[in-house]
Design a protein around this ligand. Sequence first.
Ligand code: GLN
Length: 227
Amino acid sequence: MTDNTIKIAYLYEDLMNTYGDSGDVKVVSYLLAKQGYKTQVDNISLDEEFDANDYDFIFFGGGQDFEQTVVAKDLPRHKDTLEEYVNSGNPMLCICGGYQLMGDYYKTNSGVTIKGLGILPLHTVFKADKRMIGDTRYMTEWGEVKAFENHSGQTYFDNTDKLHPFGTMIEGYGNNPQDKVEGLRYKNLIGSYSHGPLLKNVNVGNAIVKMILQRHKERTNNEVQSV
Ligand code: GLN
């Protein structure tokens, strides 16, 4: 039995969607449609049930500090299922605020520390003197990416054996003003500060679609076997 519906979970779509990040999900759906697949996008919002095993792709977009505070209170319910999904090498894309919340913490402007999920060993600190805003350009394993960033949080990796940057900067800031790198690649999770949306860079979009189709094949085979 083949199932041609790709299931996408959009974490807190109603709260985490700054600068058109939902465009990333639209690009993925478009690229999949070109290959004959349908997509079902579920908005997993506050208090909603969620099991990552049911999905082929998980998207977590950017958000302002206030929305991040609201989301961070609800998020710990999903830590185990997300951790297992990510550590098993399944595809996930986290942008800006979503990327920050997958780490250990985000210390905001007001001195409040928002606790993250702690799945990725990284932390983020708000620096009022340096808002990183403007065009970005960087090189990834899939070629060059052009995007836009707008954040005050500066992200630092706490375990550089486990985490690797997504790209090396040509223009703009990326994770922070010192390291000259953009985002993160951990297994098939990509974290990034890129809006625009990021996946208008179809070189990255196509690479993610490949991961999604692999995951879809494995997930649906498992389902058939367990019937
Ligand atoms: N509020 C976070 C920051 O300023 C994230 C912003 C965003 O997601 N665009 O760093």
